[in-house]
Design a binder for this molecule. Structure first.
Ligand code: FAD
Length: 467
């Protein structure tokens, strides 16, 4: 019987096992996980009637692969929830400004609300509108930074006050180093197709609005979650895998992989080894790069940095907090001096997470260049987040509880050139490592549905070559 090992029981590793079993039910699959629980970065806390995400918060619903898997592993339709839409804000120059209506990922598509926002000066607005007449930007190296692209098209002010706070938070990295082609290649495609990013995004908006006419539920919001939190997806997936005879070995750290002509020996901490015909590695890159030290093609992973982030959760009785801003949250521009980078008013965005009469807030700390997450204690991080949040709302009493979740070196930073490096490494693995696939967040994209798509691709690449 063909035997496959998967290293790492995050969403990438677990869904790799799922795709193997869907297509090849007779293949023997073992997952090795260093911790005592599955899920990797996905962590949901259940406390006093709250459902609290401590890692990722939701996923992009239009990437339907996650919803498809969720339904297949037994999550009921009514337990897949969509976010409530509402006003979101930018904290810039020490003030909260509503994000102008019609802006998609910061790109204005509706000129009237853009021209009336106080977030951008008239000079900044006129500079942004130059986009309508500029030629597509040359990209001789096949990539450029997100900062470079938007500074040239829309100007520095729009980039720094609107686009950067929205986009760089996703990757926790400097926008002037973030790779455009690894993160938002559609922006370049739209610019080339329409001769302007504003016109391109106007077409995207038009298409979305037309679709919403047909499908009212989409008008609610573009993110999805589960009534019992993202961890419910992991619970269902683990149960599905066990039912399909997948072995999951928790508290079992893989120390090394030894290759042979026919497959790999998985080496564990106690020195024991087990042979497999194929291996899928789905750990963070800081782990697997140790196993391929002798192959210079993997050197890229020694250079690939990762930023540390923490979520700080505050649960309040609503009499103890006053928030005059009615909305779903805010992100912070570089013109405001805070340690937090963003905040979600979770009880507004995801009402199912919070009991009646309570308020749930999630703040995020950790940006490129600061080491605050690794240097400060949990207690201090709560104090720092509270100090910053008090600039935007009034705390009239103490929170019922707070939770801090530190994620050291958790967000791989896709700098300019990333996607070419990844393509080169993937081709090299395909050509030279017949029995191996390596995949997950350090590769093509970090989003949860993207991790699932990558797992699907890794399974196809591996199984078609070893069976
Ligand atoms: C703060 C934060 C917020 C995010 N928010 C969102 C969001 O809202 N929406 C979204 O779509 N995405 C979000 N992401 C991205 C997304 O959460 C991750 O990209 C995704 O969870 C990565 O999954 P993975 O399975 O590839 O890796 P991981 O979740 O890191 O799993 C890897 C697993 O490998 C295990 N492991 C490590 N070493 C070994 C070893 N030697 N032997 C055995 N096992 C090992 C680990 O314990 C872990 O369980 C966020 C990421 C972060 C950091």
């Amino acid at each position: 019987m063909t035997k496959i090992a998967i290293v790492g029981a995050g969403i990438t590793g677990l869904t790799s096992a799922y795709f193997i079993k869907k297509q090849y039910p007779n293949v023997d699959v073992t997952i090795y996980e260093a911790k005592d629980v599955p899920g990797g970065k996905i962590k949901t806390a259940y406390r006093d009637g709250y459902v609290i995400e401590l890692g990722p918060e939701s996923y992009l619903g239009r990437k339907t692969i996650m919803t498809d898997v969720a339904k297949d592993i037994g999550i009921a339709d009514e337990d897949i929830v969509t976010n409530q839409t509402g006003q979101s804000y930018i904290y810039a120059n020490d003030r909260l400004y509503p994000i102008p209506g019609g802006a998609i990922l910061g790109v204005p598509t509706d000129i009237k609300p853009f021209m009336t926002t106080q977030l951008i000066s008239m000079k900044g607005k006129l500079r942004a509108l130059k986009d309508l007449t500029l030629k597509p930007i040359d990209m001789p190296e096949g990539d450029m930074s997100v900062g470079h692209f938007f500074r040239e098209r829309l100007g520095d002010e729009l980039l720094e006050n609107l686009i950067e706070p929205l986009l760089s938070g996703i990757y926790g990295t400097n926008i002037d180093e973030l790779s455009l082609m690894s993160t938002f290649p559609n922006f370049k495609a739209l610019e080339e197709e329409h001769g302007s990013i504003i016109k391109g995004m106007q077409q995207v908006r038009k298409a979305r609005l037309q679709k919403e006419d047909y499908n009212q539920s989409d008008a609610q919001g573009q993110f999805k979650q589960f009534r019992r939190g993202l961890y419910d997806f992991i619970v269902h997936l683990e149960a599905w895998l066990k039912k399909h005879d997948v072995t999951i070995r928790y508290n079992t750290k893989v120390e090394d992989l030894k290759s042979t002509q026919k497959g790999y020996h998985v080496v564990l901490a106690d020195g024991s080894e087990q042979f497999f015909d194929g291996v899928i590695v789905a750990t963070p890159h800081q782990v697997f790069r140790q196993w391929f030290k002798t192959d210079p093609v993997f050197d890229y992973f020694s250079k690939l940095e990762a930023s540390s982030v923490a979520t700080i959760v505050f649960a309040f009785d609503d009499k103890n907090i006053e928030n005059v801003h009615n909305g779903t949250g805010f992100v912070i521009a570089r013109t405001s001096n805070t340690d937090i980078t963003a905040c979600t008013w979770t009880s507004m965005k995801w009402p199912h997470t919070t009991p009646e009469g309570k308020v749930l807030i999630r703040a995020y700390i950790g940006k490129q260049g600061d080491n605050i997450v690794n240097e400060q204690t949990d207690e201090n991080l709560v104090k720092i987040a509270r100090r910053d949040l008090e600039q935007m709302m009034t705390f009239k009493g103490e929170p019922e509880f707070t939770i801090v979740n530190k994620m050291p070196f958790a967000s791989p930073q896709y700098h300019v050139g990333h996607i070419d490096e990844i393509k080169r490494i993937q081709q090299h693995v395909y050509d030279n490592y017949q029995h191996l696939q390596i995949t997950g967040a350090p590769f093509e994209a970090v989003g949860l549905p993207d991790c699932i798509s990558q797992a699907h691709k890794a399974v196809e690449n591996l199984m078609t070559r070893i069976l």
